[in-house]
Design a protein around this ligand. Sequence first.
Ligand code: COA
Ligand code: MG
Length: 289
Amino acid sequence: MRTRRALLYVPGNDRHKIEKAITLGADCICLDMEDGVALNRKAEARATITKALRELDFGRSEKLARINAVGSGLEKDDIDAVLPYRPDGIVIPKIETLEQIQWASEIIEAAELAHGWPVNSIRLIVDVETAKGVLNLKEIAAHPRLDALIFGAEDFAADIGAVRTPEAWEVFYARSAVVTACAAYGLQAIDMVTIDFKDIEKIRQEALFGARLGYTGKQIIHPNQVALVQEAFTPDDESVAHAKRLIAAFEAQQAKGSGAFALDGKMIDLPLVKAAERVLERARAAHKI
Ligand code: COA
Ligand code: MG
C-alpha cells in the first residue's frame, strides 16, 4: 500500500492551488468537490478537476478526488466526471453504511472494465465523520476496495452536538474507534484536520498525538502543514535505533530460551517486539530505512 502521511485538500475549483499543490511533495493530493467548494461552484470544480487530471503531472503525489456525500444529489455527477481521467482513488465523505461504499465501488469497477484498467486499481478512501458512520465502522471497514479511513472531527462534533476544544476530548471516542477499525482490517488511518493552520506548534503537537494514537497520517489544508506532518508520521532516528536494538535483543534472548527479559530497566516481551516491528514498518514505508 502506498504511503499516506500527509493528505492535502485542495478546493477543486481553484486551479492556482492545484498547481501549487503538485509542487509541495505531499503524499496525497485530494481534489475536493465537497465542503471546500461553495454550492454554486460545484460544476466549476468538476470541470477544473477533470482538466487538472488530464493536463498536470502530479509526480509522486497520489491523485485523489473527493465527491459529495452519497445522497447529496451531486455524487453521481461528481464520480462520473472524474473517473474517465483515472484518479488513483476516490474519497467519499460522511460515509454511514456499507451500501454507500458498494454503490461507489460498482461504478468504479464498471469504469475500470470499460477502460481496460485492472479491477480494483482505483482505490477508495472514506471519511468517517458522523455518529452513524462510527456505529457502523465494523461493516464499513471490511470493504475490500478500501485502503484507508479518514476521521473528520469537525463534522463529527457538529453531528453529535459537541463543542470543539483544544484538547479534543469531545471527539476522542470516535477518533479512537476509527483507528481501531483500521487496525482490525489492515487499513491506513488518517487523522483529523488542524484548522488553525497558522499555528505551527499546534499542528505539530496534534500530528504527534495522532501518531501516538496509532494513526498513520493526517489530513491537511495548507502548504505549511506538509513537511511537519510528514515528519510527525515518520519514526525519528531514536525510535528506529531503539526498535532495532529491542528486536535484536529479543532474538538473542529467544535463542537462549527466555521470552521476557530486561533491557534498560524495562521488561521486554512479545507485545513490545510487535510495537517495535510497527515502528520499522512505518520507517520503511517512509523510505527512511
Ligand atoms: N493547496 C495548495 N495551495 C494552497 C492551499 C492548498 N490547500 N492553501 C493555500 N495555498 C496556497 C495559496 O494559494 C497561496 O499561494 P500563493 O502564495 O502562490 O498565492 C499560498 O499557498 C499561501 O496561502 P495563504 O495565503 O496562507 O492561505 P489562503 O488564505 O490563500 O488560504 C485556506 C487559506 C484555508 C482558504 C486554504 O488553505 C484552503 O483553501 N485550504 C483547503 C481548504 C479545503 O479544501 N477544505 C476542505 C477540506 S477540510
Ligand atoms: Mg468533513
